[in-house]
Design a protein around this ligand. Structure first.
Ligand code: ATP
Length: 299
């Protein structure tokens, strides 16, 4: 085991023919923390997740999960991991409880502990009242909670969540955030991929911003904001010529800017000595950092 790292990747490369999906990635996930992999579509998040479960094999680099080297010792690592896939692969012919029971067998939970393991997972995912329902009768949010519950039956030391709230509406997303927060509070180590900035900001102790297969920045969200976008931003609204003017003035004053659909954000204005354009003031945020570093707009 390298110190207290649950995951350690060094120089990991994964190619699919001419495409390099993961391109020299370094990643540290300290035990007991929640790390968010944040990146636009195609950044390599899902491929990274698949490498960690040995569903894909790296072409280059070193991978360690819970002290086990991948791919050689992937079985031992998998036994202590809970994996929540992006795609719902529940058995829809089975009830909630039966879906969990199948996983207690897969993870070789002893007969005497099975009942308690299932109750615990049902309680965490707030599905106690739904235990007898068939999986195909559940709402999208409940199915996703069941997918998470299923990954928890064997009390994994590490949980891998691939885009846990993708495609869900905002209230349902909040419920899932509460569930992930509860896991964090229990001390479970979590690696979560997401393309929702708010999700990374709310849940992750450390965020790693990925673009084109590698890390462009990593750190606690507040630190990333302070380092890359400063403290305060001003949002300038108006017709395109007004925006272009504000942009040019800000750049001439040495300030960073970014465009949103209808406005220009001028960043780090606390250092502008009054030379920032007029506009609505707001705190700098992780979205500013994301756009500055990846050049991409995301949700
Ligand atoms: P998304 O959120 O869309 O899943 P992502 O950040 O998870 O994006 P990946 O799915 O890891 O990104 O994809 C990274 C790149 O690798 C993309 O260009 C993708 O088309 C390519 N890719 C991923 N899996 C395969 C595969 N099995 N065969 C060929 N190309 C692949």
């Amino acid at each position: 085991m390298s110190g207290d790292l649950a995951i350690r990747l060094r120089g990991v490369v994964k190619r699919y023919g001419p495409i390099t999906a993961v391109d020299g990635l370094d990643l540290d996930v300290p035990e007991g923390t929640c790390v968010g992999l944040l990146g636009p579509n195609g950044a390599g998040k899902s491929t990274t997740m698949r490498l960690l479960t040995a569903q894909a094999i790296a072409d280059e680099g070193e991978l360690e999960v819970l002290g086990f080297r991948l791919p050689e010792e992937s079985k031992a690592a998998r036994a202590q991991c809970g994996v929540v896939p992006q795609l719902d692969n529940l058995d829809t012919t089975l009830t909630v409880e039966q879906n969990l029971l199948v996983f207690t067998y897969l993870y070789r939970i002893g007969r005497k502990e099975r009942r308690q393991a299932i109750e615990r997972a049902l309680t965490m995912a707030n599905l106690v009242d739904r235990r007898k329902d068939r999986a195909d009768k559940l709402s999208g949010g409940m199915r996703r909670r069941l997918l998470i519950a299923r990954a928890l039956v064997h009390r994994p030391r590490l949980v891998l969540l691939d885009e846990p709230t993708v495609g869900l509406d905002p209230q349902v997303r909040q419920e899932l955030w509460a569930l992930i927060d509860a896991l964090r509070a229990e001390g479970t180590t979590i690696l979560m991929s997401t393309h929702y900035i708010e999700e990374a900001q709310r849940l992750a102790d450390t965020v790693l911003i990925m673009s084109h297969g590698s890390a462009v920045a990593a750190g606690p969200p507040a630190q990333l904001v302070a380092d890359h976008a400063g403290r305060e931003a001003v949002e300038v609204y108006g017709p395109p010529p007004r925006l272009a003017e504000a942009e040019a003035a800000a750049r001439a004053a040495g300030l960073l800017t970014r465009r949103t659909g209808t406005s220009v954000s001028v960043l780090g204005i606390e250092a502008a000595d009054g030379r920032a354009p007029e506009g609505e003031r707001r705190p700098a945020n992780l979205e500013d950092v994301f756009v500055l570093l990846t050049g991409e707009e995301i949700d």
